[in-house]
Design a binder for this molecule. Structure first.
Ligand SMILES: [Ca+2]
Length: 265
């Protein structure tokens, strides 16, 4: 009888230990999964040449000129609220003010300035031991055009903005990323949802220089460029070639970003 009780206690103890062990492994696995989701998923955009600008566009989109960019990796989606929160927790930053229309973890982060976006890239670079940064205008436009797989669409992945984007008041705020169709490279929401900060200083006359090899924009300026339009922006200003200059410290409800990562050598 006594022996049976001892066995029972031992069995119970083993069961408890195993339960704790399994729970610990499950928690670590969950943490790993959540952590993995909190970093941008990157897609390789194979380098190539394309025609930058639009002869039918605004003056700063001309002249149309041939540009070549190298291979890089680009985030499949705009940086999300949940990805931004990970950065804020790690760096003890305050989350930006939520927009008036509300947002969920899978929405693109908004109310982030160019400076904020660059700080995120710096943090992610250290975290992943790879160089993350904002895309150049040339990289952004090449990727939005679908890269080497591009079919020459005016919008990223489609002939009309309606087929591929949250734009022009189609929604009453930002929407979860990757709900619309991807473009030819597998990138989502390059057109619409939120404007995306690029690394280039804005110069309306920059295309006149016809820099053809991986242009990075002028060396200085007053504004940085955003691309792609947003959920409350009309179709014309959401074209792949449209350039939107804004002060680096500006933040609002329709501007966010996505990162690129230089190809590992
Ligand atoms: Ca976008």
């Amino acid at each position: 009888m006594v022996l049976r009780d001892k066995n029972s206690e031992r069995s119970h103890s083993n069961l408890t230990r195993n339960t704790i062990l399994i729970a610990s492994v499950m928690m670590q696995l969950a943490w790993f999964c959540v952590g993995a989701q909190n970093y941008p998923e990157m897609i390789t955009v194979e380098g190539g040449s394309f025609t930058m600008g639009d002869e039918g566009g605004d003056k700063d989109e001309k002249p149309v000129h041939k540009v070549t960019v190298g291979t890089f990796r680009m985030a499949k989606t705009e940086t999300t609220v949940s990805q931004w929160r990970e950065f804020c927790i790690a760096t003890r930053r305050r989350m930006p003010e939520a927009p008036w229309f509300g947002q969920h973890d899978d929405h693109p982060i908004v109310n982030v300035s160019w400076d904020d976006a660059v700080a995120y890239c710096t943090w992610l670079s250290e975290k992943k031991n790879q160089r993350y940064r904002l895309p150049t205008e040339a990289e952004w436009e090449f990727a939005a055009d679908g890269g080497k797989k591009g079919r020459g669409y005016l919008y990223s992945g489609g002939k009309t903005a309606d087929s591929v984007a949250w734009f022009g008041g189609k929604s009453h705020g930002t929407m979860p990323v990757a709900q619309m169709l991807p473009n030819e490279s597998g990138l989502y929401d390059m057109t619409g949802n939120v404007w995306e900060w690029c690394s280039d200083w804005y110069d309306a006359a920059y295309y006149e220089k016809r820099v053809s090899d991986s242009p990075k924009g002028p060396s200085t300026g007053k504004f940085y460029t955003l691309r792609g339009g947003a959920w409350d922006i009309g179709a014309r200003n959401s074209r792949n070639t449209y350039r939107n200059p804004l002060s680096p410290s500006s933040r609002n409800h329709n501007k966010g970003f996505r990162v690129v990562c230089e190809q590992s050598k």
